[in-house]
Design a binder for this molecule. Structure first.
Ligand SMILES: Nc1ncnc2c1ncn2[C@@H]1O[C@H](COP(=O)(O)OP(=O)(O)OP(=O)(O)O)[C@@H](O)[C@H]1O
Ligand SMILES: [Mg+2]
Length: 278
C-alpha cells in the first residue's frame, strides 16, 4: 500500500467510547487541512453515515443497493466507487469528503464469511479508488472478533483507538492491541496499532488521570495523543446535530483546535508507525 494514502481504522472493543466522534472529527479536520477524505462506515448502526450527512437516498430499497453492505457481498475491484456519496455539510466539506455509507445489512455479511478470501472484500472494493484520496478512515463497530472487523483490518494500515479513562474501555483497547499482535500474520502482516486518543476526558476526575497512565502502558507514551478530547456538550451537539465541531456554538468554535491537533498528531504518528512496520 506504499503509494496509496494512509488507511486508518478507528476501533475499540468497548461501545460508546467516542470512536465515531473521533472518526467524524478527523474527517472534518482532514478536509479543513485541504485533504480529500474517504470515510468508510463499517458499522451497521450507520452513525458516521448520518453524522457526516452522507447524501443517501430516502428510499429504503435504493439505499440498501447503494450501500457498503451491497458492495461487500461480492465486490469487483474498485467497486466501492459506485456507492460513494459526498458529505451534505456543504462547501469544502462536500468537495473533499466522500462517504461509503453503511446499512443494517452489514450485519448479514458474516453469513458469507466462509467464502474464499471473504475478509479481503473491502481491500478489493477499494483497489484503485483510494488513489483519488489523501486519507482513508474506517469507522469500526465495537467488536473484536467479528467478520466486519476482519474485513476492516485486512484493508487498513493502522488502527487508532479512542479510549475513555475508564477500566472497561482501557481493557477493551488492550484486547484490540493483543488481537493485532496475535492475528496480524493471517489478516494483514503490516497491520499496526498507531496509538490511542483519550476521549470523553475529565481532568478533574482522579480515575481518568489514573487510567491514562494505564493507556500509556499499552501503547507507550509516544502512542498517546497529547491532546485529549474533553467531555463537553459541544461534542454531543457535533453528533446530535451532525455538524462539524466548529459549527456547534461558541464552545464548539473554541474546541475546533482539538481535532486539528489530533489530526496532525495522527498523520505524524501513522508515518512513524508505518515506517517501523515496513
Ligand atoms: N467528547 C465527548 N463529549 C461529550 N459527549 C461525547 C463525546 N464523545 C462522544 N460523545 C457522545 O457519546 C455517545 C457515544 O459516542 P460515539 O457514538 O462517538 O461512540 P462510539 O464508540 O462510536 O459508539 P459505538 O460503539 O456505539 O459505535 C454519543 O452520543 C456522543 O455524542
Ligand atoms: Mg460508533
Amino acid at each position: 500500500m506504499t503509494a496509496a494514502p494512509p488507511h486508518v481504522a478507528i476501533a475499540n472493543h468497548k461501545g460508546g467510547v467516542g470512536k465515531t466522534a473521533v472518526a467524524q472529527g478527523l474527517t472534518v479536520a482532514a478536509a479543513e487541512a485541504g485533504h480529500r477524505v474517504l470515510a468508510i462506515d463499517m458499522d451497521s448502526q450507520g452513525n458516521l453515515t448520518r453524522r457526516l450527512r452522507a447524501q443517501v437516498s430516502t428510499d429504503p430499497d435504493a439505499r440498501q443497493k447503494a450501500s457498503l453492505a451491497s458492495v461487500l457481498q461480492r465486490p469487483g475491484r474498485g467497486e466501492i466507487e459506485r456507492i460513494l456519496v459526498p458529505s451534505g455539510y456543504g462547501g469544502i466539506y462536500t468537495d473533499r469528503i466522500q462517504i461509503a455509507p453503511a446499512h443494517l445489512d452489514l450485519e448479514l455479511l458474516p453469513r458469507t464469511a466462509a467464502e474464499a478470501a471473504s475478509e479481503r472484500r473491502l481491500l478489493r472494493a477499494l483497489a484503485g479508488v483510494v488513489d483519488d484520496f489523501d486519507l482513508v478512515i474506517i469507522d469500526c463497530p465495537p467488536n473484536l472478533l467479528s467478520h466486519q472487523i476482519d474485513v476492516a483490518w485486512t484493508a487498513t494500515d493502522v488502527i487508532l483507538m479512542p479510549c475513555e479513562g475508564e477500566y472497561e474501555a482501557v481493557e477493551a483497547a488492550r484486547r484490540i492491541k493483543e488481537r493485532v499482535s496475535a492475528d496480524r500474520h493471517t489478516l494483514n502482516p503490516e497491520l499496526a496499532v498507531a496509538g490511542m486518543v483519550v476521549s470523553r476526558y475529565r481532568q478533574s476526575l482522579a480515575v481518568h488521570r489514573k487510567r491514562v497512565g494505564e493507556m500509556e502502558k499499552i501503547v507507550g507514551p509516544d502512542g498517546i495523543c497529547p491532546t485529549r478530547i474533553p467531555e463537553l456538550v459541544a461534542f454531543k451537539k457535533m453528533s446530535e446535530n451532525a455538524r462539524p465541531i466548529g459549527e456547534c456554538g461558541p464552545e464548539g468554535r473554541q474546541m475546533e483546535f482539538i481535532f486539528k491537533d489530533v489530526y496532525e498528531w495522527t498523520r505524524n504518528r501513522i508515518e512513524t508507525v508505518m515506517k517501523d512496520a515496513a
